[in-house]
Design a protein around this ligand. Sequence first.
Ligand SMILES: NC(=O)c1ccc[n+]([C@@H]2O[C@H](COP(=O)([O-])OP(=O)(O)OC[C@H]3O[C@@H](n4cnc5c(N)ncnc54)[C@H](O)[C@@H]3O)[C@@H](O)[C@H]2O)c1
Length: 367
Amino acid sequence: MPKILPVSYENKFSYNIIIRNSFDELLENIIKIKDQKYEKICIVTDDIVSGLYVDTIKSIFEDKFNQVIIFTLPNGENSKYLGNIEKLYEELITNHFTRRDLLVALGGGVIGDMTGFCAATYLRGIDFVQIPTTLLSQVDSSIGGKTGVDFNGYKNMVGAFYMPRLVYINTSVLKSLSEEQFCNGMGEVIKHGYIRDKAYFEMLKDHVNEVLALDDAYLEDMVYTSCDIKRNVVEIDPKEQGIRSYLNFGHTIGHAIEKNSNFSLYHGQCVAIGMVAAMYLSVKKGWMEQKDLEEMEEVLTSYHLPIRADHMTVEDVFNASKSDKKMDGNKVKFTVLKEIGVADSYMDFEEDELKEAIAYVLNLSSK
Ligand SMILES: NC(=O)c1ccc[n+]([C@@H]2O[C@H](COP(=O)([O-])OP(=O)(O)OC[C@H]3O[C@@H](n4cnc5c(N)ncnc54)[C@H](O)[C@@H]3O)[C@@H](O)[C@H]2O)c1
């Protein structure tokens, strides 16, 4: 049975997240989106996902729509720039795409963010559907309507909030991901437990073997619970004026480490290191205990996530975290834990405290 999570935006139904372990119900859910059938479909994908799933998806659509075209980009973050959005506009114009047509993002967060941004801006907005294929995109980037591209080395600098019409998650595609990419997504999954749901965190801690073995039942339940947590947060605070910032747990220092690694570390890996730094600060403030920090390091390590970074200085990471978008005035807005399952925002860390936490995860002295 599929699991269905309806997502509201500004108190009105916006789209469904469908979670299944096959593509069996994709077509009927696309047909259900609106009364008048879409005429043409453009599947946007990357050159790895294309080889794995594009034929299946194309054959599902081919008999039902007037035209199905495929737009393929090289895989990876380097593709996420405006030049490729222009190429996609050109493809859509050449094929006479109008607002009666549909874009389908088939891939990880890079493809989802770019397709969403193109959909938000082409003809001032056409419909798009997300078919996320990495764990990170299934539990995080496909939900909540953040779309965009990188600009001149700044991540996600240009973008728009634009909701998909459907998110269709087939958990079985996670079986073709490398273990490194799967564990990258686990950084965000573990974060969900920490910020919103202690029982979920305990489940992840106690069932590492089942999760890493990609056991179907565990995978579906895990993706469902994480999507439900993200959905709940983005429904309450779609534009990140309040509790959506809890999703940034581990991200302030995480992003700074990501930047200083020249993006050689993956996002979820940097979030893992950033969560350790944030937990260090929570222990320092007396909100959490040393044993919580040790437990976090053990759980992250059990999912093959890094808990330390190297080849960067405290000063560089500190400066990058100050220039992160999570700044409010001159202060770094930091998401901290008060308990497992309970996050909060804190603005009043001293520079020395932040540097000490950064030094901890760099295995350096802050002086
Ligand atoms: N919009 C948001 O709210 C949000 C949130 C978090 C991250 N993001 C963005 O998401 C992006 C990262 O997403 P990602 O980690 O999915 O990276 P990605 O899209 O680059 O995918 C990672 C790699 O996995 C490959 N891949 C994808 N699905 C596969 C599958 N099923 N089997 C085998 N290989 C597969 C891809 O080809 C790629 O090489 C970043 O650009 C980040 O900024 C956006």
